[in-house]
Design a protein around this ligand. Structure first.
Ligand code: GLN
Length: 478
């Protein structure tokens, strides 16, 4: 069995048909990780004991002939910003270097209840702050498609392990693009569900009004299968929504004929790489051939999205990260002689440069005298951005754009230029601010062989339509 070719769908079928066992698969993946993950560095921690125990449970069910859960034996990886009971969870930070959580994030627990085998935790930018995975305290991830390039971020390890075939699927988190952007850079599918669709319980918080959990997979169908399992109301997260979860698998097979897709002119303007433009335009042409109607639209406040995001996200981060003080858990500096020095030293030694930059920016934006000018203003612009989309969705069913302005860039290329790095998210941050779902689907390659992604955005809670369009793109380009 070629592990590289396995999808969520084919793995669960192979297990159900007893063509392999969950234990054989898990062991096969660990061998593959050992042999191949060295220079990619997608994994931070392997969860062998827990994975093999789960695999044994699945195999016991299969032997008895009991009905198997939907993801039985599927080997998945989880971004290290989600807590896992008994398995180290660092969020890519030194400050959580020894943190072994006593509980599971709801998304992780639901995956396991559905039979998935959690292989380990994936590398990411520290506290999910970054677009290249170079902000991990544990060293960068390399793009498996071209190891001189970044995999994108912050879910770089999750995208890379799916692209490299060292996991069948992975969970990531998206606050400003962190699922969709690395998916585009690594040539895999990345789905950010609607805000409230998937519980955030157990997600180490970056910016609570923007954080989302979602799947990274090889196919759109696999994203649909995983979303179905992790979605739905969770009493442990008061922002998770009481909205019924459809059977996405049935939905994606429906024809796309008659769907209206909006093409926002602001996303095809200056700064867009010509090869990315051409690939995305081809994907749009294929959707038109399948019977979609492409409609030119305008999202007039687009140019304010990046500055708005960097005010809201940093403000929330500065508050969320206040809990890391060296007292209750996590890293504590040994050098301090007083309580306040202990706080200061623990944070100074435990956080990396980008995290400190964000805490300072956010604290400034929230401080007396600046709150109205920055934070409050940003929240108002957020409302304007939401209206842009409300208006657009009156005349279209989905919006199609590039996921990123360029294909993957070289390691080190933007590492010293935070502004250039922030602009890598120019097409993705708005959906997080507005709370709508978005998916990135591979739609071609640059001349040098780097993957390109097309982004499809949908109405609140309408993942079904963007999955359906994504599925159509995937099949029309295959
Ligand atoms: N790259 C963006 C940032 O650095 C988004 C990160 C994310 O979505 N977690 O904040």
């Amino acid at each position: 069995m070629d592990l590289n070719l396995l999808t969520v769908a084919s793995t669960s079928t192979a297990i159900a048909e007893r063509a392999t066992t969950a234990t054989q698969l898990a062991e096969g993946f660990y061998k593959k990780i050992e042999a191949e993950d060295g220079d990619v560095h997608a994994y931070l921690t392997l969860a062998k004991e827990r994975a093999l125990a789960q695999a044994a449970r699945i195999d016991a069910l299969a032997v008895k002939g009991d009905p198997l859960p939907p993801l039985a034996g599927v080997p998945v990886a989880v971004k290290d910003v989600m807590v896992t009971r008994g398995v180290r969870s660092t969020a890519g930070s030194k400050i959580l270097g020894n943190y072994i959580p006593p509980y599971d994030a709801t998304a992780v627990a639901r995956l396991e209840e559905a039979g998935a085998v959690i292989l380990g935790k994936t590398n990411c930018d520290e506290f999910a702050m970054g677009s290249s995975n170079e902000n991990s305290a544990y060293g960068p991830v390399r793009n498996p498609r071209d190891k001189s390039c970044v995999p994108g971020g912050s879910s770089g390890g999750s995208a890379a392990c799916v692209a490299a075939g060292t996991a069948v699927a992975a969970l990531g988190s998206d606050t400003g693009g962190s699922i969709r952007q690395p998916a585009a850079f690594c040539g895999v599918v990345g789905l950010m569900p609607t805000y409230g669709r998937v519980s955030r319980y157990g997600l180490i918080a970056f910016a609570s009004s923007l954080d989302h959990i979602g799947p990274l997979t090889k196919t759109v169908k696999d994203s649909a299968l995983i979303l179905r399992v992790i979605a739905g109301r969770d009493p442990l997260d008061s922002t998770s929504a009481e909205v019924p979860v459809p059977n996405y698998l049935e939905q994606i097979e429906k024809p796309v004929q008659g769907l209206r897709i909006g093409i926002p002119k602001e996303y095809f303007a200056e700064g867009l790489d010509p090869e990315v433009r051409a690939a995305v335009e081809t994907a749009i042409a294929r959707l038109e051939e399948a019977g979609c109607k492409a409609v030119p639209i305008s999202l007039p406040h687009t140019r304010y999205a990046v500055p708005t995001y960097y005010l809201v996200a940093t403000a929330e981060a500065s508050s969320n990260l206040a809990r890391f003080d060296g007292v209750r858990y996590a890293y504590r500096s040994k050098a301090a002689r007083s309580l306040s020095q202990m706080y200061r030293n623990s944070r100074d030694e435990g956080f990396g440069a980008e995290v400190k930059r964000r805490i300072m920016l956010g604290t400034y934006a929230l401080s007396a005298g600046y709150y109205d000018a920055y934070y409050l203003k940003a929240q108002k612009v957020r409302t304007l951005l939401t209206r842009d989309f409300e208006n657009a969705f009156q005349s279209v069913d989905a919006i199609v754009t590039p996921t990123t302005p360029t294909p993957a860039f070289k390691l080190g290329e933007k590492a010293d230029d935070p502004l250039a790095m922030y602009l890598a998210d120019i097409y993705t941050v708005t959906a997080d601010l507005v709370g709508i779902p978005g998916i990135s689907v591979p739609c071609g390659r640059s001349k040098s062989g780097l993957p390109i992604g097309v982004q499809i955005l949908g109405r609140h809670f309408d993942e079904a339509t963007i999955l359906r369009l994504g599925h159509a793109v995937e099949h029309s380009l295959a």
